[in-house]
Design a binder for this molecule. Structure first.
Ligand SMILES: [Zn+2]
Length: 642
């Protein structure tokens, strides 16, 4: 018997509270369609395992067995707040749906970040097959991705005793039943699997990006439920900018909290004094005036949602004109069911495309120290690679939305598609020969990586390919010596020189450290982090075949005052996008230069609390476990509701 392609599981489209509201009850139960895989009770599958121990009540809940015929034949268990087995099924469904989006957008299998055991020379990397999901991990209004445990932890708590929103006063609220919260946490884990250094807080955009990106995934995933979108468009008369519950994330979670702060992240609009919902207007000062990481993350979400609305308006103009006898102005009140049906189809399709662009752009982001401006460049470049014509207006909509909130990339002359695209530096002919030689030497490793579908095998082969690339790039066989080698590495954001020469004359002002001791004679080692082949199908039927390589180098410096030392790791390098084919070429180099003293000083200021505006308050949030300046989601998320 052949295996089915998909598994269908019932679940909530919005938070469970919406099932108790007359206007949304009918549409809150939807079917999650996820790729079929054999499952053990838990569920335990290829990517995740649900592990349901509740420490607060010292209790194990029986694991749900989705393979049981009685359950499978009914599209899983019926949504129920009181049934822990449904909770297990639901976290599994939502997380798998997010993973599926990532794999489709990236054109490859997801492999979690390895676990690092031991320290120093005894460090060992271990393959992590499954992310662990704890639906009832803590009795607290929090949920977070725990990077060390490779786990998603969901809390539950008793709602505030006063009646608020749709929550039964004093009832239990489960964060694992909010599709937005679950998708948000899954997105953190997936982003970390692609960019582990985005947990190093080097500028105010870095933690804001993690938060904003996770919300974007949750928000756009919501729009893939066509029935829900249809219902919402019907009640808003076809207008995307009117109040819809779609625009508010995690409503129940927020409503249940003491003091009723409304939706956790109502970034698209809010209630005015008359208790009427109003969309928030974009302002060019939005980015600059919101430095705190949740607020700044919300700016990114609002920007992407704005782009979504622009694309929607652009793409549905003709439909609206046809429906209004050419006036293009929708009448107030209800509109035709047929029109709503078509509009919802467009909206769902746009949301999915946009979500995939947002995910795909991650491959075009620098390996560390991300800024929103560089994310815009990544979005545009990724999209040009896959859809050179932009017949559907996605790129212009994104550019307009970023401009409307004052998000500009540094060192870009204009916000045209051409100038926003990342390019490759001018390589000399000798450097081009070197790249060609590197690519040829790597070909068999790449082929072997492409050929396997087994995730553990992908992990192992990727590590072998990394080691080989490292040997080639740093060894004697690289036919570039002295200044030539230095020039070549500089174009990749790195150096072959000792740290005493890193920033030219300014190096003398920096107290470089190695293993905790002053040392300005070492050459920072080059690290090859990832080698990932990727095959993506583009919007215009284009097939793109590329290999992504991440290279980094880091130095440590003491940036403290006299007598109170303070270590700071400063990192540089690049994301390299190579195209393999008859011609081996470097398509894009996305650089964070390690030789940039300006960037070093920016980071130093930020760490010492002079720049960014949040540093000192944030320092307490992120530090912990002896690793300073690592973003800790446990603290980052708890701040929303305490
Ligand atoms: Zn988060």
């Amino acid at each position: 018997m052949t295996e089915p392609v998909y598994r269908y599981l019932r679940g909530y489209a919005l938070d469970p509270g919406f099932s108790a509201r007359l206007d949304t009850a009918a549409i809150n139960e939807v079917i999650y369609r996820i790729p079929f895989e054999p499952l053990k009770p838990g569920p335990v599958g290829e990517y995740v395992e649900v592990f349901d121990f509740d420490p607060a009540s010292n209790c194990w809940y029986d694991p749900v067995s989705l393979a049981d015929e009685a359950i499978a034949s009914q599209n899983g268990l019926a949504p129920s707040e009181g049934n822990p087995q449904f909770h297990q099924q639901f976290v599994y469904a939502v997380v798998m749906k997010v993973i599926h989006h990532f794999e489709r957008a990236l054109g490859r299998k997801i492999v979690w970040q390895p676990r690092i055991d031991g320290t120093g020379a005894k460090r060992e990397w271990r393959y992590v097959r499954r992310l662990r999901i704890h639906p009832h991990a803590i009795r607290d209004a929090n949920a977070f991705f725990d990077r060390d445990r490779k786990a998603l932890l969901f809390g539950y708590f008793r709602a505030s005793p006063r009646s608020q929103g749709t929550n039964y006063p004093g009832g239990l609220v489960f964060s694992c039943l909010s599709p937005d919260i679950v998708a948000h946490e899954a997105a953190h884990a997936l982003l970390d699997s692609l960019h582990p250094r985005y947990l190093e807080d080097t500028n105010p955009d870095v933690p804001a990006f993690h938060e904003g990106f996770a919300d974007i995934v949750a928000l756009l995933q919501r729009f893939s439920f066509r029935e829900l979108v249809e219902h919402q468009l019907y009640s808003s008369g076809g207008r995307m900018d009117r109040y819809t519950v779609l625009g508010e994330l995690a409503t129940q979670f927020g409503e249940a909290l003491e003091g009723n702060r409304g939706a956790l992240r109502g970034m698209i609009g809010k209630k005015n004094e008359k208790d009427e919902w109003e969309p928030l207007k974009a302002s060019p000062s939005d980015y600059a005036s919101n430095a705190e990481c949740h607020a700044r993350g919300a700016v990114l979400v609002a920007t992407i949602f704005d782009a979504f609305q622009r694309i929607y308006n652009f793409r549905t103009r003709d439909l609206v004109r046809i429906a209004t006898n050419g006036t293009g102005v929708l009448p107030e009140g209800s509109i035709s069911r047929d029109l709503v049906h078509r509009l919802a189809g467009e909206a769902a399709e746009i949301a999915e495309h946009l979500l995939h662009i947002c995910i795909r752009a991650l491959d075009y982001c620098p390996p560390n120290d991300i800024t929103f401006g560089s994310y815009l460049r990544a979005l545009i470049t990724a999209d040009v690679d896959i859809a050179p014509e932009d017949e559907t207006g996605y790129r212009l909509a994104l550019i307009e939305a970023f401009r409307a909130r004052g998000i500009f990339p540094s060192r870009v002359n204009s916000l045209s598609v051409d100038s926003l695209c990342w390019n490759a530096p001018e390589f000399t002919s000798k450097e081009r020969d070197t790249i060609d030689w590197l690519a040829k030497k790597m070909k068999s490793d790449i082929r072997s990586l492409v050929e396997t579908r087994d995730r553990e095998e992908i992990y192992k082969r990727s590590r072998a390919a990394q080691a080989r690339f490292h040997t080639l790039l740093t060894g004697k066989s690289l036919k570039l010596g002295g200044q030539e080698r230095e020039d070549f590495l500089n174009k990749l954001g790195m150096t072959s020189r000792p740290v005493s020469l890193l920033f030219g004359e300014s190096s003398a002002a920096v107290r470089f450290l190695r293993n905790g001791r002053p040392d300005n004679g070492y050459v920072p080692p080059i690290e090859v982090h990832t080698i990932r082949p990727s095959f993506r199908a583009g919007r215009e039927g284009r097939q793109v075949e590329q290999v992504m390589v991440t290279l980094t180098q880091s130095v440590t410096a003491d940036i403290g005052q006299k007598g109170s030392p303070r270590n700071m790791v400063f990192r540089g390098g690049c994301s390299l996008i190579l195209s393999f084919g008859s011609l081996n070429t470097v398509e894009h180099v996305i650089v964070k230069n390690i030789t940039s003293y300006h960037r070093f000083q920016q980071q130093e200021k930020y760490r010492n609390g002079l720049g960014g505006g949040v540093s000192n308050a944030a320092a307490a949030l992120y530090s912990g476990g002896g690793r300073e300046w690592m973003v800790r989601f446990q603290h980052l998320h708890a701040e929303h509701h305490e």
